[in-house]
Design a protein around this ligand. Sequence first.
Ligand code: CO
Ligand code: CO
Length: 320
Amino acid sequence: MLRQLPPLLDPNLLVGIATGDDAAVYRLGKDLALVQTVDFFTPIVDNPYDYGAIAAANALSDVYAMGGRPILALNIVGFPIELPVEILGRVLLGGAEKAQEAGVIIVGGHTIDDKEPKYGMAVTGIVRPGYQVANVGAKGGDLLVLTKPLGSGVITTAAKNEAVTPEVLEEAVRVMSTLNRKASEVMVSVGVHACTDVTGFGLVGHLLGMTTGSKVGARLQLAQIPFMRGAWQAVEAGFVPGGTGRNLEAADGRVRWDAEISTEAQVLLCDAQTSGGLLMAVSPRKAKRLVKELKEAGVPVVAVIGEVTPDSQGTIEVVL
Ligand code: CO
Ligand code: CO
């Protein structure tokens, strides 16, 4: 929708809306650029503290995906006036402790009365001009590296229907509230061609944004893609969120699913994620070092899930 608004022509705007990135990068001087982003959503889990932590990790992630360092945040809150205010306190505490972990200070915010709770943050970060990493820039032959397992959409949908074990939900919460900080720091120190975080459009949707914008294609290998425990069971039991269904439709005609790729697998690759991992396109020359350093930095999941192909149409092929 933003693309229908007047064009942005400021020469200091290094990354705007044209590349489909979730954060803007604006040069303030020779050595300093701002990274600006905002994100909020309705409760993804019942526990208010976890919800706050996940929403904060998710909002910060768009700065990390640009290779930036978040420094300041403002809370954005919608909360029903008739609910106990202690619940909101737990949400904000979850967000505040996550921000603290990230070295980010929350310097204010705004709350409105709202029938459906909403929480998130506007985040300001910094980056050295030229060192920002955008959604586009992937090159044929690059390897695709993913830093979190998939499945948070189907698992949280199953959890809302009380159809997952506490262990499965716990793991999903842990994954969603993990900061993409270390992954981002390693990414910047090694150097990659493109990066996005995997969120509402799912792995395939965000990868389509990358391939289309970079005028390349991609081949994904299902066997190399990491999934959260319980993800397949949730899909098989039919717990597919609305956003995931729309992502699957949007992939139609732009993704070549190999004959062996089941419908369940297609759903999972399109599953709308919350606070997902970073998806990076890295030159094969640097891939080994990237993977090694990500693992050494303690990034819990590091998977080479496929490669960038020379296909100007942005098509994704998924093989077993
Ligand atoms: Co976002
Ligand atoms: Co994003």
